[in-house]
Design a protein around this ligand. Structure first.
Ligand SMILES: [Zn+2]
Length: 413
C-alpha cells in the first residue's frame, strides 16, 4: 500500500479530495499530508448548494489532525473558492474540518474527550496544544452545545446555590432532576437570578413543571411562587437542606458547650465536630468507640445530636399523614429540649412544614443536584478556583450540561 492510499483510508477521504503527498520527518516526530482536489471536480456553493464554477484557491492552510503513532500529524490544503452568481466568491468547506479552526474534526473530538477527563493544563501537556487552544475548544464546544440544545423545561427541577471563588459570591444552578444535568447557571442567588431562568418560558410551559426542589431560601421561594403556577403544591424543601438546618443547630450547641467545658479544663468535645454532624452510620470505624464514650456522658451536644438523628426517620415514611404525625412528636421534643439553637431550627422547619411534606407526593430531593455538586466541586478544583466567572460557568456547562459538544462535518463540500 502506498503512503497516499494509506492516509486516504485513514482520513476517510472521498472524491473530490485526494492526497498529493505524505512527508514523514522522524527527527521532528511529525507527519505532513497534503490534500488536493481531483482534476475536473464539481463544486457547489456552500450557501445555496447550486452548481458553480471554480474561481481560485485560497492560501494554503494547515490543520492539526490525530497523531500518527508518536508523530504529530498535520493536514495541508489550498481550499478551492467558487463563484456563485448570488453569493459571490465563497470558499468551499473541507470535509475534515470546520471553518476557521486549526484542528480537524477528528482532533477536535479527541481534544473534547480529553478535556472531559482532565483539566486544561493536563490537556495541554498530553496533547501539545496551548492553553488558549485547549480552553478555546471548551468555549467553542459549549457554544455549539447551547446552540443545539432544544428548548425544554424539565418536569422536575432542583435549584441550588454554589459559592464561587470563596468570596461569598454565588451562582444559582437550575438542574434537571431526572437527567442529572445543569440546565442553567446564573450569577448570584437572589430572586432575580432564578426568575431569569423562569422568564425564558411561557406560563403554559411553566404550568407543566411538576415539582421544584429548593433550599428554604426566601428569594428562590418568591421567584418560584411568582412564576410557577401551583407553586404551593410543587415546591419541595429539599431533605438535605432541611437536615442541614438542624445540623447547624447541633454544631452551635457543641460550640457553646465546648466553650463552657473548656473554661473548666474539660476537653471532651475537642476535635469532635464532624462526629456529631455525620449520620450515625457514617462515623468512621476507628472513631466509633471514642464517639460512643463522649455520647454517653450526658452532654447537651449529645441531646441535640439525638434530636437531629431522629429527624432522619421523617423521610422514611410512605404516607405524608404518618410523616406529619411523626414530625409533630419530633417538634414537641425539639422545642422542649431547652437547647435554643435546636428550638429555633425546629421552628424554622415548622414554618416551612407544608412544603417539606410535599416530599411525600413528589419524592424529589436535591440528591441528583448534590451528585452534580460534587462534580462541580471537581470542576472547580480542576480549574484552581476560576477567577473568571464566565470561565466557571462555561466549565460547568461543559462537564455537567449534558450538551452535544462534538463537531459534525458540514453538509456541503
Ligand atoms: Zn450561492
Amino acid at each position: 500500500m502506498k503512503d497516499t492510499e494509506l492516509y486516504t483510508a485513514l482520513l476517510g477521504l472521498h472524491p473530490p479530495w485526494q492526497i498529493r503527498e505524505v512527508r514523514l520527518d522522524l527527527a521532528a516526530d511529525r507527519v505532513d499530508v497534503w490534500i488536493e482536489e481531483a482534476g475536473g471536480a464539481k463544486w457547489s456553493c456552500p450557501e445555496c448548494e447550486r452548481s458553480v464554477p471554480l474561481y481560485d484557491h485560497a492560501e494554503e492552510r494547515q490543520w492539526r489532525h490525530l497523531d500518527t503513532c508518536h508523530c504529530q500529524t498535520y493536514l495541508h490544503a489550498r481550499l478551492p473558492r467558487v463563484q456563485c452568481p448570488q453569493h459571490g466568491v465563497r470558499q468551499v468547506t473541507a470535509s475534515w474540518a470546520g471553518p476557521g479552526l486549526h484542528f480537524t474534526l477528528g482532533m477536535e473530538s479527541r481534544l473534547i474527550d480529553t478535556l472531559k477527563e482532565c483539566d486544561v493544563t493536563g490537556v495541554t501537556r498530553l496533547t501539545g496544544t496551548s492553553w488558549d487552544e485547549a480552553w478555546g475548544m471548551v468555549e467553542k464546544a459549549v457554544a455549539r452545545g447551547l446552540a443545539r440544545k432544544e428548548r425544554r423545561l424539565p418536569a422536575y427541577l432542583c435549584v441550588d446555590e454554589k459559592s464561587f471563588a470563596q468570596h461569598h459570591r454565588y451562582e444559582t444552578l437550575v438542574c434537571d432532576a431526572e437527567r442529572g444535568t445543569v440546565e442553567y447557571v446564573v450569577e448570584d442567588r437572589g430572586q432575580e437570578s432564578l426568575e431569569q431562568y423562569y422568564r425564558q418560558f411561557t406560563p403554559e410551559e411553566l404550568a407543566q413543571v411538576r415539582a421544584v426542589a429548593l433550599d428554604m431560601w426566601d428569594p428562590y421561594i418568591a421567584a418560584t411562587q411568582a412564576y410557577v403556577p401551583g407553586a404551593e403544591e410543587k415546591i419541595v424543601f429539599d431533605k438535605f437542606h432541611v437536615l442541614r438546618t438542624v445540623q447547624e443547630a447541633v454544631d452551635k450547641v457543641r460550640r457553646q458547650e465546648h466553650r463552657v467545658l473548656k473554661a473548666r479544663g474539660d476537653e471532651r468535645l475537642k476535635g469532635t465536630k464532624y462526629l456529631w454532624l455525620a449520620n450515625r452510620e457514617n462515623v468512621p470505624e476507628w472513631r466509633r468507640a471514642e464517639f460512643e464514650a463522649v455520647k454517653g456522658t450526658n452532654l447537651k451536644t449529645g441531646r441535640a445530636w439525638a434530636i437531629k438523628e431522629s429527624l432522619r426517620k421523617f423521610w422514611t415514611y410512605h404516607y405524608g399523614r404518618r410523616a406529619a404525625d411523626y414530625f409533630r412528636r419530633w417538634y414537641f421534643w425539639a422545642t422542649h429540649s431547652r437547647l435554643s439553637p435546636v428550638v429555633s431550627a425546629a421552628k424554622t422547619l415548622q414554618a416551612h412544614l407544608r412544603n417539606i411534606l410535599t416530599y411525600f407526593r413528589h419524592r424529589l430531593t436535591n440528591a441528583t443536584a448534590e451528585g452534580l455538586n460534587s462534580k462541580i466541586q471537581m470542576v472547580k478544583e480542576m480549574a484552581c478556583g476560576f477567577r473568571n466567572r464566565q470561565h466557571y460557568k462555561t466549565a460547568i456547562y461543559f462537564h455537567c450540561g449534558g450538551l452535544d459538544l462534538y463537531p459534525r462535518p458540514e453538509a456541503s463540500s
